[in-house]
Design a protein around this ligand. Structure first.
Ligand code: GDP
Ligand code: IMO
Ligand code: MG
Length: 424
């Protein structure tokens, strides 16, 4: 049976912890979208890692980790991440890199800075947008191009010619040379060249033979390029609806779809956030939850749970179960607020607006629930949770009409309450 781990909010829900926890029983773990904009925290045998491109399966010998065709890959970041994991494991993880995955080039990062999207959108400045744009414009460089040096250099020369025409004043762009970029890429790529192949076929074979395949989503539903809070989104499809295309399997059917949902809401970067807490309440949550970006170190904006946005995410991810994370962080609050509707231009609405301008005008309509006092981080049984905590979870499960599959009460894998997770 296959399982997908999908973000239900604006990313950083705890997908890394959940994937790593489930990966020990998997045969294959697949990252299918995004690139080094992702920062997934994994605690493996007591050691903390921030992974950006390599799926969490890499921490287990014998588990194949796949970087699928929907990803954009930065080889320099991959090399560093790979060597960190090799040192930790004392051996090499099994890796497969999709031959059709696009590569992030040095000029993609430069373009992001020249165009200023780091400021206007608050991107991670990892070259994500420009790399996906080159893919759509059919001028991208793919992993398969690394296998033929002269073809690679020819494609780079053609791309640089376009760049020079567009940015004649930019010294950083004018200084680039196709031969130098090719040299650098191939030096980073050396250990990975034998690992480049047809990922779509490998995933299909694993699924057909009944292996446990785990899909590790990056970002979250509200950052989806089409159905998120556009333009304050990332440049890939982040949701279950985008998974079959990202891996190239038309008849994909994933029986377990875990919607990873933080017990409150966070967002990094710009864009509207109706339940955002400004002032002391927001900084309290940020401190209590240690909410700092894994990739950029930026403080995350924090706020209450938003059921309106989560209903939208539920349609996109079609979760069969919710994985609630960081419930422990809410311990000690007397009252917990939950947004059940928005007020927009004097009217109450329960649907998530498509227009980001409308979303910015939405005021949350809150319901207030009781908090709980007792430390829950050592609990392993759902029934042992304080009544108020169970009421909070029931409210969410009923509002989204999705059962709670697991509850995470701390960052390490053992701090998890498995409620109804069914591998089939
Ligand atoms: P991801 O991008 O979805 O993998 O999430 P991040 O790793 O960016 O952010 C989640 C943060 O919360 C990390 O620091 C995790 O170690 C931490 N974390 C995950 N689950 C829990 C939990 O249940 N309780 C607490 N206290 N921390 C958690
Ligand atoms: P994980 O997988 C949180 C956000 C950025 C910015 C917007 C666009 O760790 O949950 P990009 O660099 O992708 O062009 O930036 O998307 N963003 C994330 N926020 N978690 C992530 O990944 C993110 N990846 C991108 O902060 O607002
Ligand atoms: Mg993250």
């Amino acid at each position: 049976m296959a399982t997908a781990v999908l973000g239900m909010q604006w990313g950083d829900e705890g997908k890394g912890k959940i994937t790593h926890l489930l990966a020990r029983e998997a045969k294959m773990v697949v990252r299918f979208n995004g690139g080094p904009n992702a920062g997934h925290t994994v605690i493996d045998r007591g050691v903390k890692f921030g992974t950006h491109q390599i799926p969490a399966g890499a921490f287990y010998p014998g588990v194949m980790s796949v970087l699928a065709g929907g990803m954009v890959i930065d080889l320099a970041v991959l090399r560093d991440e790979y060597s960190t994991i090799v040192k930790h494991l004392g051996g090499e993880p099994e890796l497969l890199i999709a031959d059709n995955a696009h590569l992030i080039m040095p000029y993609h990062r430069l373009l992001e800075d020249l165009e200023g999207s780091g400021k206007t959108i608050g991107t991670t400045r990892r070259g994500i947008g420009p790399a996906y744009r080159d893919r759509a414009a059919r001028i991208g460089i793919r992993a398969i191009d690394l296998l033929n040096r002269s073809r690679l250099e020819k494609k780079l020369s053609a791309r640089l010619a376009l760049l020079r025409r567009a940015w004649p004043q930019a010294e950083s762009i004018m200084a680039l040379s196709a031969a130098d970029i090719a040299d650098e890429l191939l030096s980073f790529a050396q250990p990975f060249l034998p690992l480049i192949g047809d990922a779509s076929m490998a995933i299909e074979q694993a699924m057909a033979s009944g292996d446990e395949v785990l899909f590790e989503g990056a970002q979250g539903a509200l950052l989806d390029v089409d159905y998120g809070t556009y333009p304050y989104v990332t440049s890939s499809s982040t949701v279950y609806a985008g998974l079959p295309h990202a891996i190239g399997i038309g008849n994909l059917s994933v029986g377990n779809r875990l919607g990873v949902t933080k017990a409150y809401t966070t967002r990094v970067g710009e864009g509207p956030f109706p339940t955002e807490l400004v002032g002391e309440d927001g900084s309290w949550l940020q401190r209590a939850g240690s909410e700092f970006g894994v990739t950029t170190g930026r403080p995350r904006r924090c706020g209450w749970l938003d059921v309106v946005a989560l209903r939208h995410a539920t349609r996109l991810n079609a979760p069969t179960g919710l994985a609630i994370t960081k419930l422990d962080i809410l311990t000690g609050l007397q009252e917990i607020k939950v947004c059940r509707a928005y007020r927009l231009r004097g009217r109450e609405i329960t649907t998530f607006p498509t227009s980001v301008e409308d979303l910015a005008l939405c005021e949350p309509v809150y319901e207030t629930l009781h908090g709980w006092e007792d430390d829950i981080s050592n609990l392993r049984e759902y029934a042992d949770l304080p009544v108020a905590a169970r009421e909070y979870l029931n409210m969410l499960s009923n509002a989204l009409d999705v059962p709670i599959a697991l509850v995470s009460v701390g960052p390490s894998p053992e701090k998890t309450i498995m409620t109804g997770f069914d591998r089939g």
